[in-house]
Ligand binder design. Structure first.
Ligand code: GLN
Length: 492
């Protein structure tokens, strides 16, 4: 069965470290589902799915790849997960990620790095291993290796689209609020979006239809009902085929935002971008230049807002309410003085402070600590007006400019990342990794739907002679996932 094939692929590729937790009972679950339901439970009946380890799964450890949550077993499932299960999907495991979603390479995980399957060919010559991308790198590798047919990821600033591009997959980040965040462990709440990674655009449409739609458990989840995309996407393709085209885009306008043509863009990305524009033109679309002047502000704006929200969201991990407890326990530091001895209030406060400090210093990795500290800083009285307030204003300006561009054209076409998959080594300067997000953060800040589509293979600029996937990004209008998916099919 497809389940058995996925489970054996999972075992064969375990060296790539894509799973934090493997659910070995998935096969029995599938047999039970098959036995009990002679009729299909739903559109994903019996389909093996991988879930990023920041989505809560009832009774199954959910770590966000952090030591802080290494033993956390949630009593409930995220809405996206329950909807997948209700439609018949079977979760085969929880996938590795950058701790709390903070990173672009699945490098900052308490459970070790995830390796891009495309770099396996390079290993023979003792070449560097390449990054699978991040933070949903484990989800990408699970789908790329055939260990699951689709995966749930989360995208705050590119974490679904960038690993999809690095592994040769489709990665869809829906409109903010299209899919419920209930049960998704928070990183930056105003940006966090559940998304899907699949092999094809049609698969992404199918999974989106299952998980999308309003949810009373998430007040930021949009009220608008989700009009199913899958049937329409397939129909559009069928009627174009009858007209002799892969997909007909007659009457559609595609914008090429000039500001994405940055200096860091490598040659293969430029070539793919031009080729993509040609494909869309051949399918009947009008391709024209557009401008989003604030693009150069997107990256700093994103990091100020993401770190600020993270510092607030992660304050709940104090070692007291739940999660990891630092070794310097409250009781130990108190008993030094002897319980019942005349502890002053100040001693108590110091003990509590030391305990929380120990829990956080030991429970959070370096990258998370860096971001929490930066976030606290930009929210402090001294820095609020200089950083946080400016970032909020820049976000509004960027959103307005993107919506204006999208009032002239239907979709924007851009590269996903400036370079292909890079070597999996910790950079000397942590900010170096952040540059990789320059193409993906604008849609996140504007809350717009965006999709990464694999379009080509090109020689890696990091490992000579090694072919690696190249992806392109389409950004759509607010809530226009259906149109985005139809255009994406023309690039496949
Ligand atoms: N790489 C970006 C960051 O580190 C985006 C991560 C994400 O989308 N979760 O914040």
């Amino acid at each position: 069965s497809v389940m058995q094939r996925c489970l054996s692929r999972q075992q064969e590729t375990s060296g790539l470290n894509s799973f934090v937790t493997v659910l070995r009972h998935a096969a029995e679950k599938e047999a039970a589902v098959a036995g009990r339901h002679s009729v299909m439970k739903g559109p994903l009946h019996g389909i093996p799915i991988a879930v990023k380890d920041n989505f809560c799964t009832a009774g199954v450890r959910t770590t966000a790849s952090s030591r802080m949550l290494a033993n956390f077993v949630p009593p409930y499932s995220a809405t996206a997960v329950s909807r997948l299960e209700a439609s018949g999907a079977i979760v085969v495991g929880k996938t590795n990620m950058d701790e709390f979603g903070m990173g672009s390479a699945t490098l900052f995980s308490h459970f070790g790095k995830t390796i891009n399957p495309w770099s396996q060919a390079a290993e023979k010559g003792d070449k560097p291993r390449l990054a699978a991308g991040g933070s949903s790198g484990g989800s990408a590798v699970a789908v790329a290796t055939g260990s699951a047919l689709a995966a749930l990821g989360s995208d705050t600033g590119g974490s679904v689209r960038q690993p999809a591009a690095f592994c040769g997959l489709v990665g869809l980040k829906p409109t903010y609020g299209r899919v419920s965040r209930h049960g998704l462990i928070a990183y930056a709440s105003s940006l966090d979006c559940p998304g899907v990674l699949t092999r094809t655009v049609a698969d992404a449409a199918l999974v989106l239809d299952v998980v999308a739609g309003r949810d009373p458990l998430d007040s930021t989840c949009l009220e608008q009902p989700h009009r199913p995309c899958f049937d329409r996407t397939m129909e559009a393709a069928a009627s174009s085929r009858a007209a002799g085209l892969a997909v007909s885009l007659r009457g559609l306008k595609v914008g090429i935002p000039a500001e994405f043509a940055i200096q860091e863009l490598e040659g293969s990305a430029v070539t793919a971008w031009e080729e993509g524009a040609r494909l869309l033109r051949d399918a009947g679309a009008d391709v024209l230049p557009v401008s989003v002047p604030s693009i150069p502000l997107a990256l700093p704006t994103y990091f100020v807002i993401a770190c600020a929200e993270a510092s607030s969201n992660l304050a709940r991990y104090d070692g007291i309410r739940f999660g990891f407890r630092g070794s310097k326990s409250l009781r130990a530091s108190r008993s030094k003085e002897g319980i019942g001895s005349a502890d002053t209030e100040e001693d108590d406060q110091r003990a509590l402070h030391d305990f929380i400090t120990a829990s956080r210093s030991q429970g959070f990795g370096d990258e998370v600590q860096r971001r929490v500290i930066s976030g606290c800083r930009v929210l402090s009285a001294q820095a609020y007006a200089t950083y946080y307030e400016k970032a909020l204003a820049a976000r509004i300006r960027l959103r307005r400019e993107m919506n204006t561009a999208l009032s002239h054209v239907d979709v924007l076409l851009t590269p996903v990342t400036p370079t292909g998959p890079f070597p999996l080594t910790t950079p000397a300067e942590p900010a170096a990794l952040m540059v990789n997000d320059v193409m993906t953060v604008p849609a996140s800040l504007a809350g717009l739907p965006a999709i990464a589509v694999p379009v080509d293979l090109a020689p890696s600029s990091f490992v000579p002679g090694l072919p690696v996937p190249v992806g392109l990004q389409l950004i759509g209008r607010h809530l226009c996932e259906q149109q985005l998916l139809i255009v994406a099919r023309a690039l496949e």
